[in-house]
Ligand binder design. Structure first.
Ligand code: AMP
Length: 254
């Protein structure tokens, strides 16, 4: 049965009980509006751990655009049904003051890679992400935590943070889950109009194109996308585009 926990203290008291003795704990942090991408992480955690904890917290410190935060989809009741049908053990669902008693006075900042790609377009975004993930890992204290490759830069930064600060959780990357037309599933896809959703599948297709980044950018612009960046780092091509008011990100191995 799914148990919902709202306070840090309640969770910590619970975590110390015999229920957890000798049991492995898997953790999937999310911002809710759950889709198949989230469910793939949850299934993986279920298959590799005795106890699975999911968190839902729309983290305001990682939104550099107040409008983006205001519009972020909230499907809490449906999320609960999904967590129940996946047989998740615990939902950690805190309020802002629980996680930020200092009102974001303390921050975790990475000073190089976090300034590139999405960090260049969204100042402070990864400071917010790293800070909240550090807090959640310290609170939940899981053996393994699961992150999607859809947010590959985020995954690399979290992996780096965990290594740097000697956090004992293992960070597990999970493949991007896509719709049949190739678009990576994302909570923000819910904000696309029907026409925009149809057009959005051009983005992952062009990202895979056997061509240079400059050419791909031009092709995307011709199709009406506003391109934040298309960049290759090592053997991976990263992209972020805007379609209408919605920002989409993706990355592919090349
Ligand atoms: P979010 O709720 O968007 O913060 O995402 C929570 C976690 O789910 C993050 O680790 C994401 O990378 C992951 N995730 C989101 N979309 C997908 C997807 N389409 N495939 C795999 N993982 C995803």
């Amino acid at each position: 049965m799914l148990r919902i926990i709202n306070s840090v203290k309640d969770w910590q008291n619970n975590r110390m009980t015999d229920v957890f003795l000798g049991k492995s704990v898997g953790f999937v942090p999310t911002m809710g509006a759950l889709h198949e991408g989230h469910l793939a992480l949850i299934k993986r955690s279920k298959s590799e751990n005795d106890i699975t904890v999911v968190s839902i917290f729309v983290n305001p410190t990682q939104f550099n655009d107040p409008d983006d935060l205001r519009k972020y989809p909230n499907t809490y009741e449906i999320d609960l049904e999904k967590l129940e049908s996946e047989k998740v053990d615990y939902l950690f669902y805190p309020e802002y003051n629980e996680l930020y008693p200092d009102n974001y006075g303390y921050k975790v900042i990475e000073s190089e890679f976090s300034k590139k790609l999405c960090g260049a377009d969204r100042p402070g975004h990864f400071d917010g992400v790293l800070t909240v993930v550090m807090k959640l890992l310290n609170i939940i204290n899981p053996d393994k935590a699961y992150f999607g490759e859809k947010d590959y830069q985020q995954y690399l930064l979290i992996k780096g943070m965990v290594e740097t600060f000697f956090i004992s959780t293992e960070i597990i990357p999970c493949q991007t889950v896509r719709d049949v037309d190739g678009l990576a599933q994302s909570s923000r896809n819910k904000l696309l109009t029907k026409e925009e959703r149809k057009r959005a599948s051009i983005f992952p297709r062009l990202l895979r194109l056997n061509a240079g980044e400059k050419e791909i950018k031009e092709e995307l612009e011709k199709k009406g996308f506003k391109v934040d960046y298309i960049e290759k780092i090592n053997n991976r091509r990263f992209g972020a585009v805007r379609i209408g008011k919605v920002r989409l990100i993706d990355n592919v191995e090349i």
